[in-house]
Ligand binder design. Structure first.
Ligand SMILES: [Zn+2]
Length: 410
């Protein structure tokens, strides 16, 4: 294949897609079921059609482009990623993986490859979960892992539910189950993604062969106390929600450090209510996000969280509740496909590293049930989910060269 030609075509597509943002000049904001996802979807469908694919947008906004194989009853090879973004995110997260999939379809046709089975390029709707606080919406719908209750339950900042947003987008939310695939029809899933961290760029390594995607547990905790006067209520006669909760919060990062091996735990959101300088807090909300390649480690930290909450709220005469937002187990990538990619890197002289992914991806949801691999390209300075996000276009061309080898060998 011609890496330079592929690099040029990928660059053209990604540069054009930069236009579909609600925040021009301040990063990519492409929320699910918005005007911007509609514009990006129409552009992707046009490019897929030009690339010789048969295009179909399903009833939840996932877009598929199919290159038929000789035996259409055989399980397909699927490649893709998502086309939504976070608020003020970058121009490569997700969408670059879709564009690489389309480029692979072009390469396979340029080289007159005889495909045994269908080759399917997918662009998933709403992987980030930024608008509705969810995550993996499109891939979960494909896997049949979504319910109408979920679609009605989750709402955005303006209290618009997924259900209402879908209706506003011209979809019929009740039909969501039609997005489900017969899982026997999917053979392998492949995803190209920017690393979103500093490892490859810092070590000057060209490609990352992802061997495992971390598991994630995400909770929203509320500690309840009692609002009182900050001056007149003696220390031993108050139920201070901030005092109880922060004693727990202060331990969370240390629990992750003690586990080591790449384990991370984060409290990224806190809120004291009513939030007055001279008022003892009645309640305190905080988020907990725990990630590790080892599910036992995640469970252990979640256990410590509950035990610490028991202890501190007992001491402080308060109470607490935990709302579970996400539980997803770590998933190993397919060893056979990793070996083929490693051979290909060596053959073409690309430096590579086998590495875990600390970020979740559609591949995390699909990898729970299907043979899956991910290929990372470097993120400049490790920056992602911000307007500064950048990956040199030639990296995507190199990724396509390795994946062309992989698909031919499969
Ligand atoms: Zn992504």
């Amino acid at each position: 294949m011609n890496v330079e030609l592929s690099t040029k075509r990928i660059e053209e597509n990604l540069e054009a897609l930069k236009a579909f943002t609600a925040t021009p000049g301040n990063g990519c904001t492409r929320m699910p079921f918005s005007k911007e996802t509609r514009d990006a979807a129409e552009y992707l469908k046009k490019v897929m059609t030009e690339a010789g694919l048969t295009v179909n947008e399903d009833c939840v906004g996932n877009i598929y482009g199919v290159l038929p194989g000789k035996d259409r009853t055989k399980p397909c090879i699927m490649i893709g990623s998502h086309y939504d973004s976070v608020y003020n995110g970058g121009d490569y997260d997700g969408i670059a993986g879709v564009v690489c999939g389309i480029e692979l379809a072009r390469i396979l046709q340029d080289e007159k490859t005889n495909l045994d089975a269908d080759f399917v390029v997918v662009a998933f709707m709403d992987e980030e979960g930024c608008r509705f606080g969810t995550g993996y919406f499109g891939s979960k719908c494909m896997l049949g892992d979504m319910t109408l209750e979920d679609i009605k339950h989750f709402t955005d900042r303006d209290d618009i539910s997924v259900y209402d947003a879908m209706k506003g987008y011209g979809l019929v939310p009740e039909n969501f189950a039609d997005a489900r695939w017969d899982l026997d029809k999917i053979g392998k899933y492949i995803e190209v993604h920017i690393e979103q961290g500093p490892v490859l760029d810092t070590k000057k390594i060209q490609l990352g062969l992802v061997n495992c995607i971390v598991g994630i547990q995400r909770y929203m905790v509320t500690v309840n106390g009692r609002a009182d006067h900050a001056g007149t209520t003696p220390m031993d006669m108050r139920m201070d929600a901030v005092d109880m909760a922060t004693k727990v919060v202060s331990k969370i990062a240390d629990w992750a450090r003690e586990e080591g091996n790449g384990t991370v735990a984060t409290t990224g959101y806190v809120k004291a209510v009513p939030g007055g300088m001279n008022v003892v807090a009645a309640s305190f909300d905080f988020s907990v996000d725990i990630r590790s390649v080892n599910n036992d480690v995640i469970n252990r930290i979640a256990g410590k969280l509950r035990a610490a909450l028991d202890e501190e709220t007992k001491k402080g005469n308060g109470s607490y509740s935990i709302d579970t937002k996400l539980v997803i187990t770590p998933v190993d990538m397919n060893a056979e496909m990793l070996d083929i990619m490693e051979d290909s890197c060596q053959e073409h002289g690309y430096s590579y590293l086998r590495m875990p992914s600390g970020a979740g991806h559609d591949a995390l949801a699909i990898g729970q049930v299907k043979d899956t691999v991910m290929l990372f390209v470097p993120s400049k300075d490790g920056r992602s989910h911000c307007p500064e996000e950048y990956t040199p276009y030639e990296s995507f061309g190199q990724a396509c060269e390795v994946l062309t080898d992989l698909i031919k060998k499969l």
